[in-house]
Design a protein around this ligand. Sequence first.
Ligand SMILES: Cc1cc2nc3c(=O)[nH]c(=O)nc-3n(C[C@H](O)[C@H](O)[C@H](O)COP(=O)(O)OP(=O)(O)OC[C@H]3O[C@@H](n4cnc5c(N)ncnc54)[C@H](O)[C@@H]3O)c2cc1C
Length: 404
Amino acid sequence: MNKKVVILGGGVAGKLIAKILCERFSQVTMVTGGRDEVFQAGQLHVLLAGGWEILQEHFPQTIAQLEEVCPRVDWGADSFWVSPVGVMPQLDSGVVTHTCSRSLLDKLMREEISDLPIEIVNERVTALNLSSDGDQVNSIETTSSQLSADIVIDAMGRTSQTLKWLNKLIDLTVTQKRMETELRYSTVTAEFSAGAEPQQAYYQIDPQTEGCGGVISPVEDGKVIASYIYMDREPNSLWDGIGNDRFTQIAASLQNPSTVRKISKLHNVWHQIEKSPEIPTNLFMVGDSVCQFNPVFGQGMTQALRSSLILCETLANSSVESQIFHRQQANDLKFPWIMATLDPYNPKVKLTNRQRMMRWWVYKQMKLAKKNPTFQRRLIEVLHMKTTPTSLYRFKYLISTFLS
Ligand SMILES: Cc1cc2nc3c(=O)[nH]c(=O)nc-3n(C[C@H](O)[C@H](O)[C@H](O)COP(=O)(O)OP(=O)(O)OC[C@H]3O[C@@H](n4cnc5c(N)ncnc54)[C@H](O)[C@@H]3O)c2cc1C
């Protein structure tokens, strides 16, 4: 198609969209912000199996390299998972990925698109210019240039300023769903000491009882990324309060830790742009620029990739207006949003009745998964966004979940 597409942001969503659209549009430009890495790259980034499958199809070289240099994890058999209802059996689930750092994933994806007809502009976007009726974005201002565009895609992640810029130009009302958390991450890169068996371990945070958790994830080059997840109080040390001997043994076998990288304000924020007809019709907002989840369930990248695919399908119709895509994206955001907001992750906030019900049901599902290997496999597939939650709602499972 003879249209100029400008993608703002070069994270996972930006790169996937650029790769697909450069085959369909005559001119595709990606404005990356001037640095290769996203600011949160130093934190643990688990790519769920649902996201892995998307990359298998669209970034085969990246996947082949990850398979070569990163540990293989079957998320049932190879992951020691302490859930709020106890330790899960380590059985083959068939849900398999290779675990890597976010920096490596971004680097490989960037390399895979380097020879494609994508113009890469290593500058920051600073503003948008609209047509006189405010219906279209005409051009984009960057730190040193102005780019014209027919289609503009905002993939600038959680720091996107697009709504703020639009607000200065048009009368815009965007409602926001928001659930603030007290979640904090303290992350180190380390390695297993000689003789210790590399092991993936997940101590799931249960805010209503212990209020802390952790993930130990072996990645490329014999490195391990380990994140301690906690809420209101600063811990005395990493893993403070973790009540499982095997998890603490695995943690104790880590050596040469880097300095601790801390991050907080991990809130759930959903800008409900699908309800705002004032958004310019050629401006498509995708990924974290629209919806950010607290990272406890590791959904962010997979959801950004899913939304990007929906966007590329929608753009097969060149005259499509952005609101149609925004509605489809909103529909797909419902399940991860429910997961992310299952709990306020804030000891000062009481659960609502809805959250209490949901929590009761999800914990019953985990209890059933402990006893029933087929159901455990299905639960892992759902948590990895490989399949929809409806697969857990077959009649036979409903009865046994209720009784578990
Ligand atoms: C602590 C933490 C832990 C996380 N853990 C996980 C996890 O385990 N698994 C998971 O799937 N997700 C995780 N996430 C979420 C994940 O980082 C995001 O959901 C995902 O990166 C969203 O992809 P995106 O492409 O929308 O945005 P991003 O990947 O954030 O990319 C945004 C891009 O836009 C660029 N940009 C920003 N502003 C400008 C500008 N003005 N001009 C030009 N470019 C700009 C940035 O440089 C970047 O390249 C975590 C997030 C945090 C904060």
